[in-house]
Design a protein around this ligand. Structure first.
Ligand code: SF4
Length: 405
């Protein structure tokens, strides 16, 4: 069995048939996951220096030189790499007094932080499979972003106390601003709440908990609360829709969770898509008490240390980009600034950022060509074993970069 590192589900039941040293058939994975294994040879990065092909040794020496001479270094990305690689990157940032940040800054890092601080009760996907009755997806279209989440861990599987199938033994709630594909699955024993404002919905739940008629979803909210009280184990999966709907004010949601838990068991798990974002957050939290946007020089985390802010404020001269493609995803204003500084890209595949980088160092695909450990969205550690072993991987590259700091 192999583990797919295509998203934070980290499915560890992948079976693979190989033929003549190549992947022939992939079993159990979703389409995205199967593509990672079947197409692992496509769009591979090559070592580059100043936009020209180089050999690996030339590229690594140039990267060492850039890091050595940098006075304001940032390391960014890391959510598609293993814990072992993240540890080395954090060590590099610490030794160099650099900034370090990942995608969790604008993804679900805030939710991970509240869980790590014990401010939201959380659980594991295995517990959900065996016990959860009311399963709520709030601002997450898991059907697309986490393709096997519902079939493998939450709504559809039978397990433990939930043996009678989803139509009898689960109650699905989908909360979103539009009728997503996940919302379309809310049929029997289910509710879809199409909302305008997450805070308005929280207020309506509070009204119902106070024994008053809620201002919206007059019938649905009391029914959902009644269903939750039928079981002692319910779960809310919060996605980006919920994060941005809360507009940076997490207290109303935390208060609602506390009130629900006075009546019955309701747990929270972030529904995010980067495979090892939580791993980075946990490592940083253990080391610094913060989860991202960190300056080792100033020994603190701040919004101004978010990678896009560092670019905006011309605060860095060199960036090491690992396993992500910011030029492709950042707004043009930031992308323009990134193209002007020294950039070292470490990635198994060709990226848009790599085209403008001073140095490109090709690495290995986690779970296909290199092993290690990742942390799933619910905090469970999952081992990855490689299908093939590639000599040059992120660990080796970061080990070489550490030699010069
Ligand atoms: S759901 Fe995610 S981890 Fe599972 S097979 Fe699909 S991409 Fe891979």
């Amino acid at each position: 069995m192999y583990t797919c590192a295509g998203c934070s589900c980290l499915c560890d039941d992948i079976e693979i048939e190989t033929e003549k040293g190549d992947v022939k058939t992939v079993f159990n994975a979703c389409r995205r996951g199967a593509g990672i294994f079947l197409n692992y040879r496509l769009s591979r990065a090559e070592p580059m220096v100043d936009g020209k092909s180089a050999d690996f040794e030339q590229a690594i020496e140039k990267a060492q030189e850039l890091i050595q001479s940098s006075e304001k270094l940032a390391i960014y990305g890391l959510d598609t790499t293993t814990l072992e690689v993240q540890e080395l990157a954090i060590k590099l940032a610490e030794k160099k007094g650099a900034y370090i940040d990942d995608n969790s800054t604008f993804c679900l890092g805030d939710f991970v932080e509240t869980i790590l601080k014990g401010e939201l009760p959380s659980t594991t996907l295995e517990e959900v499979k065996n016990n959860a009755y009311v399963i709520t997806y709030w601002g997450s279209d898991a059907y697309h972003s986490l393709s096997r989440h519902m079939s493998r861990y939450t709504y559809y599987p039978r397990g433990g106390k939930r043996q009678r199938g989803y139509e009898e033994d689960r109650f699905l709630v989908v909360i979103d601003v539009r009728k997503t594909h996940t919302a379309k699955l809310a049929k029997k024993n289910a509710r879809f709440l199409q909302i305008r404002d997450d805070l308005e919905l929280i207020e309506a739940f509070n009204q119902a908990l106070d024994g008053k008629a809620p201002s919206i979803f007059v019938n649905d909210i009391p029914r959902i609360l009644k269903e939750m009280e039928k079981a002692d184990f319910n779960v809310i999966f919060g996605g980006l829709g919920l994060k941005y709907g809360l507009k940076g004010n997490y207290d109303p949601f935390k208060n609602l969770m506390a009130r629900l838990n006075e009546r019955t068991g309701v747990y929270f798990i972030p529904a995010g898509c980067h495979p090892n974002m939580r791993g980075f957050n946990e490592l940083m939290f253990e080391k610094t008490g913060e989860i991202n946007r960190y300056s080792f020089r100033e020994q603190r985390s701040s919004d101004e240390f978010a990678f896009h802010k560092l670019l905006e404020n011309d605060a860095i001269d060199t960036a090491v980009i690992i396993g992500t493609d910011p030029l492709n995803s950042l707004p043009f204003e930031y992308a323009k600034k990134l193209a002007k500084i020294n950039t070292i890209v470490i990635d198994p595949r060709e990226t848009f950022t790599g085209r403008f980088a001073k140095v490109v160092l090709p690495s290995a695909i986690a779970g296909v060509e290199t092993g290690g450990t990742m942390i799933r969205s619910d905090g469970v550690r999952v081992e990855l074993k490689p299908l093939f072993e590639k000599e040059i991987n992120d660990e080796r590259i970061l080990g070489r970069l550490l030699e010069v700091v």
